[in-house]
Design a protein around this ligand. Structure first.
Ligand code: NAP
Length: 280
């Protein structure tokens, strides 16, 4: 029996057990994937004892992505190192290795739509919270030439200066420019992609209420918020004719590399899986 799971605090909201157990059943694998609510004082010993407890690995969610990164010292992949956060842990013998698959998840979710764009020069990213880091990383690998960044709290970019440097320093020709929040007219000019990474639009929060007038109608609009699936931003963008992609695929795709590392099969993200997760 191969053991894996997800750790967080709290953890009841996590969709990961549903997702991984769907794949375990689909691929007929003898394994288990369980959600563990780990108290902050137990985090270190929980991670360190994974090999002796027979874990193949685990996912890491809020609020532990940065702390697990620190606990693992240098035993992390290049993306986790740049982002300073780990969302997937893999046990190899007595070694515990940290990965970050959030950027992979975002990339996989929008790559088929990006292919259909006439050009992919300028991307605009709203928000600079934890999830934005992975989106910035992804936009470089997707080949955007310019990334426009903005956040309600402008000072956050000061705190993130080292991280931005490490992400954009490895770029293959991508520049980034920081805009004032609400300077949407300048930001949206000639944009090919708009990404919302703020929590606005999420069920229970205010909608992201911004004017899209300056955004070209050819620009792809995506939201990483997936509850609801069609956020007010996506509804408004679709109504004016922009192509849109919801954020559920990011969640599904980021899970696949961990499943492959623990259970040995690269699982497929299918429309049946989407329906199954939506129904639950
Ligand atoms: P976070 O670290 O708490 O960041 C929240 C972001 O939202 C910050 O940029 C914050 O700006 C902004 N924000 C919050 N309230 C605002 C307001 N009233 N006006 C303007 N901006 C506001 O959260 P996160 O981890 O980055 O997650 C953000 C969202 O992405 C969540 O809804 C989460 O569920 C979703 N998410 C989805 C996936 C996926 O797989 N699809 C993965 C990760 C996260 P300030 O800095 O000014 O506070």
């Amino acid at each position: 029996m191969i053991r894996a799971g997800v750790i967080g605090h709290p953890i009841a909201h996590s969709l990961s057990p549903k997702l991984h157990n769907y794949w375990l059943k689909k691929y007929n694998i003898e394994g288990e994937y369980i959600a563990y609510d780990v108290a902050p004082e137990d985090l270190r010993s929980w991670i360190k004892s994974m090999p002796e407890k027979g874990f193949a690995g685990c996912n890491v969610t809020i609020p532990y992505k940065e702390e697990v990164f620190s606990l693992l010292g240098g035993n992390v992949d290049g993306i986790a190192l740049r982002l300073g956060a780990v969302n997937t842990v893999v046990v190899e013998g007595s070694r515990i290795i940290g990965l970050n698959t959030d950027a992979y998840g975002f990339t996989q979710n929008i790559a088929p739509y990006i292919k259909r764009l006439e050009k992919k020069e300028k991307a605009v990213v709203l928000g600079a919270g934890g999830a934005a880091n992975a989106v910035w990383e992804s936009l470089i690998s997707l080949g955007f030439k310019e990334v426009a960044l903005t956040n309600r709290t402008h000072e956050k970019f000061k705190d993130k200066e080292p991280l931005l440097k490490s992400i954009f320093a490895k770029n293959q020709g991508t520049t980034h420019q920081i805009y004032e929040w609400l300077d949407f007219d300048s930001m949206f000019k000639d944009a090919d992609l708009l990404v919302n990474t703020t929590s606005l639009g999420m069920a229970g929060k205010e909608p992201l209420d911004i004017s899209l007038d300056a955004l070209p109608k050819t620009a792809l609009v995506t939201d990483i918020v997936y509850r609801p699936l069609m956020t007010p931003l996506l509804v408004a963008a679709k109504a004016r004719g922009n192509p849109v992609v919801d954020g559920l695929g990011m969640l599904l795709h980021q899970a696949a590399p961990g499943f492959k590392a623990w259970f040995g099969v690269m699982p497929e993200v299918t429309s049946e899986l989407r329906q199954f997760i939506l129904a639950s």
